[in-house]
Write a protein that binds this ligand. Structure first.
Ligand code: FAD
Ligand code: NDP
Ligand code: EPU
Length: 325
């Protein structure tokens, strides 16, 4: 693919206003042939559910495959690393921000419910809860569990998101991924090496473009909507949804849940700066207002140390911690 760039420098500038929160001195580059802008120094805090994180050195939000490919080629030509950012609901991004190019996927949108096959073809940037509600309204079963997981389809495929005994790998037929060398491939759950809350896409530089899920059409929409609402109700009764978080901070180690271990260690309510171990659920760390990423990071380490000294078990973070701490 031939890509032409115009740089934000005299003569070649393509200055444009931008919807992103940009810091002073930020620059804007346009990938010619597209209306896609690459911007420098874009604050990432508003892109994460924790509402923390410093600026991206460069940020782009491609809307289609051409724009993703152009973005990857641009990063490669500049010698920059890339980081994928979906809903930002399982990311703790350093206060210092991220170097390289951050590729936000939320503009990758398309949904197709194929009644003949019961398959749902969906782009990586679609919101998982919105998809769950959409499926419910159509009377398609199989996504009720996903309603309270505030991420994207791409993030769910990478993380193997799940709840209430179901998870992404169980309904995934295949995911289309793009590798850094521009090769597209269709991968099955087996190819993706799924396990509890992980896949071999984690720590890889492949981009999830879209997913195909197998659901069950034909149910009464009123029933699926009621079941979906029940899932959300039950989750809201046991998990703190009122303040910014990343959901569960740690993976469950086995027979004992992380929340139980943390509560038994006496850490509920423990606070560092603006970050607090939730009273309602000890495996949630909340941004109670004004928390920095470092506050949250230090609290994660404190919880690990305390739990390890009491139970001789090192809790493994589920949240992806990225950038310098
Ligand atoms: C209130 C709350 C409740 C939650 N409850 C649950 C729950 O019940 N179950 C659960 O499993 N999780 C839960 N989570 C965690 C989180 O929502 C999930 O892990 C979700 O799947 C993350 O999706 P995301 O799009 O936000 O990914 P992000 O946080 O943006 O990214 C997660 C990882 O995926 C990568 N990534 C994202 N998109 C792509 C892509 N298109 N291609 C390649 N890599 C990509 C990122 O680089 C990163 O490594 C909860 C979070 C919150 C805030
Ligand atoms: N604590 C935290 O850090 C965070 C918690 N959350 C929580 O996670 C959950 C998911 O949040 P989010 O991803 O923002 O998505 P939401 O669940 O808020 O809504 C996403 C879309 O789903 C559809 N929808 C929502 N409710 C209904 C309903 N009752 N009936 C039919 N359709 C509905 C709407 O789609 P349409 O517009 O197409 O009708 C809506 O735009 C929420 O409970 C939210 O409070 C979210 C972010 C951070
Ligand atoms: C929120 C997430 O996923 C959630 C998912 O929503 C729910 C519902 O299916 O089940 C998991 O939570 P969980 O294991 O903490 O579920 P819960 O039922 O709340 O708790 C498990 C056990 O720990 C105990 N518990 C929990 C919290 C607490 O403060 N104290 C405590 O003792 C509970 O009493 C229960 O016996 C997922 N977490 C993990 C790490 O697997 C996420 O991954 O981000």
């Amino acid at each position: 693919m031939v890509m032409t760039l115009s740089y934000d420098s005299p003569g070649q500038l393509n200055r444009q206003s931008s919807p992103q929160a940009r810091e002073p001195g930020s620059r804007c580059i346009s990938l010619l042939g597209t209306d896609c802008l690459i911007q420098s120094k874009v604050s990432l805090a508003s892109y994460t559910s924790y509402r923390v994180g410093g600026p991206a050195e460069w940020y782009v939000a491609p809307k289609n495959l051409d724009e993703i490919q152009a973005s990857l080629e641009w990063a490669a030509a500049q010698g920059l690393s890339t980081t994928l950012l979906g809903g930002g609901s399982n990311l703790l991004i350093s206060d210092r921000g991220l170097s390289g190019l951050v590729i936000g996927t939320r503009a990758l949108r398309s949904t197709h419910f194929d009644l003949a096959t019961g398959r749902l073809h969906v782009a990586a940037g679609e919101s998982l809860p919105r998809l769950a509600w959409k499926a419910a309204r159509l009377g398609w079963q199989g996504l009720e569990w996903a309603v309270g997981i505030p991420g994207t389809v791409g993030g769910a495929v990478v993380m193997n998101a799940g709840a209430h005994g179901s998870c992404t790998s169980e309904i995934l037929v295949e995911a289309e991924v793009l590798s850094r060398n521009g090769q597209r491939s269709l991968l099955t759950p087996k190819d993706l090496g799924y396990r509890y809350r992980t896949s071999n896409l984690q720590n890889s530089d492949r981009v999830v473009l879209q997913a195909t899920f197998e659901l069950k059409p034909g149910a009464d929409p009123a029933k699926v909507l009621a079941d979906t609402a029940d899932q959300l109700r039950s989750r809201r009764s046991s998990q703190p949804y009122h303040l910014p978080s990343c959901g569960s901070v740690f993976r469950n180690p086995g027979p004992q849940a992380a929340g139980w271990l943390i509560e038994q260690t006496g850490l509920k309510g423990y606070q560092i700066g603006g970050a607090q171990v939730a009273e309602r659920h000890a495996n949630f760390i909340l941004n109670c207002g004004g928390a920095t990423a470092m506050d949250i990071f230090q609290l994660i380490r404190h919880v690990q140390e305390q739990v390890e000294s009491r139970w001789s078990y090192l809790l493994e973070p589920e949240v992806r911690i990225i950038g310098e701490f």
